[in-house]
Design a protein around this ligand. Structure first.
Ligand SMILES: Nc1c(NC[C@H](O)[C@H](O)[C@H](O)CO)[nH]c(=O)[nH]c1=O
Ligand SMILES: CC(=O)[C@@H](O)COP(=O)(O)O
Length: 160
């Protein structure tokens, strides 16, 4: 189902484990900060709505989405975490750079999920336009940050 046919912010709290004893890392790209701050707000609000404590949400910033992989790896090794959310917004420009940044970021975060023991959630928008990004970071299609927060809670308790 494409995003346009669903609301990214919708979830049923009755189906979500309580997050009160879980500790989360959130690594936020500074590129397109008008979008990534909205994604962060959505993720933080959903985590708290599901019981997470302020003191158990650790935020680091990195320059761009390409740096999310290193930032998440370093955070996992430095902090005791149950899940990490990688937040970025990549928007198509005039060149093929978009393709390389998106691919490298997605592959890097996938690799972390293979190599590390802490789940890393892919909360990176890869949009053709700023409007598409706005629509998915608190606009008409909801907030992918909220979706990522729910995924983080579910993955944090997987197998328990
Ligand atoms: N154009 C976008 C970038 N580009 C920057 C890279 O992510 C990286 O920081 C740089 O190549 C140095 O290593 N990053 C985004 O997150 N979003 C973009 O639209
Ligand atoms: C995703 C990018 O790196 C891109 O926004 C940069 O823009 P351009 O391709 O015009 O250099």
């Amino acid at each position: 189902m494409a995003t346009e046919n669903k609301n990214l912010s919708e979830y049923d709290k009755d189906t979500i484990p309580n997050a009160k004893d879980l500790r989360f890392g959130i690594v936020v790209s500074e590129w397109n900060s008008n979008i990534t701050e909205g994604l962060y707000d959505g993720a933080e609000a959903a985590l708290k709505d599901c019981g997470a404590q302020d003191s158990n949400i650790i935020r680091w910033n990195v320059p761009g989405s390409f740096e999310l992989t290193f930032g998440c790896k370093k955070m996992i090794r430095q902090e005791k975490l149950d899940a990490v959310i990688a937040i970025g917004s990549v928007i198509q420009g005039e060149t093929k750079h978009f393709d390389f940044v998106c691919s490298a970021t997605a592959q890097g975060i996938k690799d972390l999920n293979v190599q590390e023991e802490v789940p890393v959630i892919f909360c990176v928008l890869t949009d053709n336009t700023m409007q598409q990004a706005m629509n998915r970071s608190g606009g008409k299609h909801g907030n992918k940050g909220a979706e990522a927060a729910i995924a983080a809670i579910k993955m944090a308790v997987l197998g328990r």
